[in-house]
Design a protein around this ligand. Structure first.
Ligand code: ADP
Length: 284
């Protein structure tokens, strides 16, 4: 369905007259939708060939594996085989990165199409956090990073289970990716009547002041060379920001270069208020 293409604004002129301004936003809505659909379609079409590339690269990796006996022997290694294996590894890594990019583009275009949230549901956010910590355990332990959580039990936010999980996952994955070995990532949950705030604090490389304002933009990555080695896409935080705003919340960061960063995700602790009933009669 086409969105209603009119933005109305009432301006009180004096005690008896009101002016109504009307702006036609049909065209800008249409263009935004065309762009979103285009990104979603292209991403979707790219999924199959990228998947095929990944499988082929895996087959090549298997085919070029140097048997253990041969690797342990004193004989000269087969240089051609080793070169082929290095190329296969590159193809594998690059296609995995393309796969992530396409998935995140799809996710972002899905989120942009779903504003505001259709029906907010109660989400057991401490469970979501526990699951995220569990899923990121392998990546964290590869760098000997300890991921800990502290917060009250039974905390509930209102929104989408899967979106909250995606937002927390992206923040925790970043905290791990942009931290050195043997550090700590701390998740803390605070709650008041209206909001739940989740801090994800790391002891990592930090973010320079001139980058802080831009990291939530699509594709923005502080210090390209440094970021590239993480295999990231520059879309993770844009997705987090969309999820936060879709929930009527926000995401902020405080950071100092070299000392680490703390991202704070704020989500509603109460269901949204029911819309006011429309007046049944208007007196003029
Ligand atoms: P990426 O895929 O590059 O991680 P994101 O959108 O998740 O994309 O993050 C954007 C940029 O913000 C990153 O490239 C990185 O420079 C910076 N960044 C994000 N999280 C952190 C963090 N915890 N510590 C330091 N820098 C970070």
């Amino acid at each position: 369905e086409a969105p209603l293409g009119l933005h109305l604004r009432a301006v009180a002129l004096n005690s008896t007259h009101v002016a109504v301004e009307a702006a036609d936003v049909t065209e800008s809505h249409r263009l935004a939708r065309v762009r979103r659909d285009f990104v979603a379609n292209v991403s979707h079409e790219l999924k199959t060939p990228i998947g095929a590339l990944q499988l082929l690269a895996e087959a090549l990796l298997d085919a070029t594996e140097v048997p253990a006996a041969e690797a342990a022997s004193d004989e000269d290694p087969n240089e051609d085989l080793l070169a082929a294996r290095r190329f296969a590894e590159r193809i594998h890594n690059e296609s995995a990165r393309m796969g992530r990019l396409v998935n995140e583009l799809l996710e972002l275009s899905r989120l942009q199409g779903a504003e505001p949230l259709p029906t907010p549901e109660p989400v057991a956010v401490d469970w979501v956090i526990a699951e995220v910590i569990d899923r990121t355990r392998t990546t964290a332990s590869a760098k000997n990073i300890e991921v800990v959580y502290s917060g009250p039990k039974g905390a509930t936010v209102y929104g989408s289970d899967s979106q909250v999980a995606t937002a927390v996952t992206n923040l925790v994955e970043n905290a791990i990716a942009y931290s050195g070995d043997d550090t700590k990532v701390e998740l803390t949950l605070r709650q008041d009547d209206d909001w739940i705030e989740i801090d994800v604090a790391d002891q990592g490389i930090g973010i320079a002041p001139h980058d802080v304002d831009r990291i939530f933009e699509r594709f923005y990555r502080a210090d390209q060379a440094r970021s590239r080695s993480t295999g990231g896409t520059g879309l993770g935080l844009a997705i987090v920001k969309h999820i936060a705003t879709n929930h009527g919340g926000r995401v902020d960061v405080t950071s100092s270069l070299g000392d680490g960063s703390t991202f704070t995700l704020r989500l509603p602790a109460r269901p949204p208020e029911a819309p006011l009933p429309l007046p049944t009669a208007i007196e003029i």
